[in-house]
Ligand binder design. Structure first.
Ligand code: G
Ligand code: G
Ligand code: MN
Ligand code: NA
Length: 255
C-alpha cells in the first residue's frame, strides 16, 4: 500500500521511464524494432524492474495510470526517433487487462498517435493470455479488432506458457507470436523445448503470423532459430534493454 502511494507520487514526478530492447529481423533489410520495458527510478531503491513492483501493477486503477503513461512515453519516443531520422520498425508496448478497462484502448492509442504525428505502423501492443481472461471475451476481442484496424500490430507475448492458446488465435486478431524465453533458453539441452520452438515457428508460418523468439542469449540459439525460419530475435545476445540515449547509434549493422 505504501509502495502504491509512492508510485502515484513517482508517476507525477517522472520517476517512471522506459528502457528499450532491440528486436532484430532475420531479413537484414528490415529495420530493428524495440520493446519498451518499464523501469522505476526509485529515489531510494534505485532502478526497479516491474517484477519488483508487482503490487503497483496489481492495482487496476494504478495499473491503468501507469499504462497510459507508458503508451504516451513510447509514442513520444517514436516521434523523437522519427524526427531524428532514425530508422526503426515498431515500438512494442506491453499492455495489461487494466489498459482495456479505462475507455476504449483503440481510441486512446489513435488519439495519442495523432497527437505526436506517429503512424500506427510504428506501434505494436504486446498482450499475454492473461488479458483474455480479464473482462468479457467479446469486449476484449472487439477492442483488439479496433486496435488492429488502426494498423497497430498485436503480439501475443510469452507464447506457449498459457493455456488454450490455439483457441485464442482464432478468437483474437493476433499478428505475431513471441516464443516464451523458457523454451529458447534450454532448446539445446531439452528435446521437448526444441520441438516446441519448432512447432511454434511452423504454426506461425501456416497461420500467417510473424514469430519472434525471446530470450536469445547465445550465438548457437540465434543460428538454430534462423535455420528454423524464425522471423525475428530478441535477447541479451543482441542487447539488454537500455535507455533511449544509449541506443542512439544502435542498428543491426553493429551486431
Ligand atoms: O523488464 P523486465 O525484464 O523486468 O520485465 C519484467 C516483466 O514486466 C515482463 O513480464 C514484462 O512484460 C513486464 N513489463 C515490462 N514493461 C512493462 C510495461 O510497460 N507495462 C506492463 N504492464 N508490463 C511491463
Ligand atoms: O514478459 P516479457 O517477455 O515482456 O519480459 C521481458 C523481460 O525479459 C524484460 O524484462 C527483459 O529484461 C527480459 N529479457 C530480455 N532478454 C532476455 C534474455 O535474453 N534473457 C533473459 N533471461 N531475460 C531477458
Ligand atoms: Mn513483452
Ligand atoms: Na516479451
Amino acid at each position: 500500500v505504501e509502495l502504491q502511494q509512492e508510485a502515484r507520487h513517482g508517476l507525477e514526478s517522472g520517476q517512471f521511464i522506459l528502457h528499450f530492447q532491440p528486436i532484430i529481423a532475420a531479413d537484414p533489410k528490415r529495420p530493428v524494432s524495440f520493446e519498451a520495458l518499464l523501469r522505476w527510478k526509485h529515489p531510494v531503491e534505485g532502478l526497479l524492474t516491474p517484477g519488483l513492483f508487482e503490487e503497483v501493477l496489481d492495482d487496476p486503477r494504478l495499473a491503468s495510470s501507469v499504462g497510459s503513461y507508458v503508451i504516451e512515453m513510447a509514442i513520444r519516443q517514436a516521434a523523437t526517433w522519427m524526427a531524428q531520422g532514425k530508422e526503426f520498425g515498431r515500438i512494442a508496448v506491453n499492455v495489461l487487462s487494466a489498459d482495456f478497462t479505462i475507455g476504449c484502448l483503440a481510441t486512446r492509442l489513435q488519439a495519442t498517435l495523432a497527437r505526436y504525428h506517429v503512424p500506427a505502423s510504428k506501434l505494436c501492443i504486446e498482450v499475454t493470455e492473461r488479458v483474455f481472461l480479464g473482462g468479457g471475451v467479446t469486449n476484449i476481442a472487439d477492442a483488439m479488432h479496433r486496435i488492429n484496424a488502426l494498423g497497430v500490430e498485436v503480439a501475443l507475448d510469452d507464447f506457449g506458457t498459457g493455456y488454450a492458446s490455439l483457441t485464442h488465435l482464432k478468437a483474437f486478431p493476433i499478428d505475431r507470436l513471441k516464443i516464451d524465453r523458457s523454451f529458447v533458453q534450454d532448446m539445446h539441452e531439452n528435446h521437448e523445448s526444441l520441438s516446441i520452438v519448432k512447432a511454434i515457428v511452423q504454426l506461425g508460418q501456416s497461420l500467417g503470423l510473424r514469430v519472434t523468439a525471446e530470450g536469445v542469449e547465445k550465438y548457437e540459439q540465434f543460428v538454430l532459430l534462423q535455420s528454423m525460419g524464425c522471423g525475428s530475435f530478441q535477447g541479451y545476445y543482441f542487447s539488454p534493454p537500455r535507455g533511449a540515449e544509449d541506443l542512439v547509434n544502435f542498428d543491426a549493422g553493429d551486431l
